[in-house]
Write a protein that binds this ligand. Structure first.
Ligand code: COA
Length: 133
């Protein structure tokens, strides 16, 4: 389901960070917005940013920030969303995202989750399709 994978590597070509954007299963995607209490925000064109991981020995050195910038350049102003565990304090400063609705629980996880969105309208506007200007 991945549309694109993003790798961050060191100068000597060791891969130290990865991220991805994917089109998730539509029923699951809708379920997330329902659980967050904002079903009207569900946008079928929104791509999910996911699979974010940095090797433990390379954390806190800006690897994730590098990977994130690459993803943002690729996506431009396309609608995008991301699911976060509420208690993951490491993911705090993504200025391009805002929270959609309230924290919630989903079918796929025992953790409390929060849904983050970028380039989403409060009510989905189908005429905008993939690009938000
Ligand atoms: C979360 C994770 C990707 C961060 O990667 P990283 O390369 O260490 O992050 P960076 O060094 O680029 O820092 C990015 C921002 O997060 C903050 N941050 C990173 N680790 C943090 C921590 N342990 N506690 C608090 N803030 C932290 C940084 O201060 C930075 O903020 P800034 O841009 O305002 O300075 C990494 O810790 C990881 O792989 N964790 C395990 C997997 C995971 O939690 N994935 C996310 C699932 S949604």
């Amino acid at each position: 389901m991945a549309e694109m994978l993003f790798f961050t590597q060191t100068e000597d070509k060791v891969i130290v960070g990865v991220g991805a954007v994917r089109y998730a299963n539509a029923a699951y995607h809708k379920h997330l917005f329902q659980q967050a209490g904002v079903p009207e925000m569900y946008n079928p064109h929104s791509i999910e940013s996911c699979w974010i991981a940095v090797r433990p020995d390379y954390r806190r050195q800006g690897v994730w920030n590098n990977n994130r910038e690459c993803r943002m350049q690729y996506l431009g102003n396309r609608p995008c969303h991301s699911v976060r565990r509420v208690d993951n304090k490491k993911i705090v400063g993504d200025p391009e995202y805002r929270q959609a609705g309230s924290n919630f629980y989903a079918k796929t996880s025992e953790d409390e989750l929060r849904l983050m969105v970028s380039n989403h309208d409060p009510v989905y506007n189908p005429s905008k399709r993939l690009r938000y200007v």
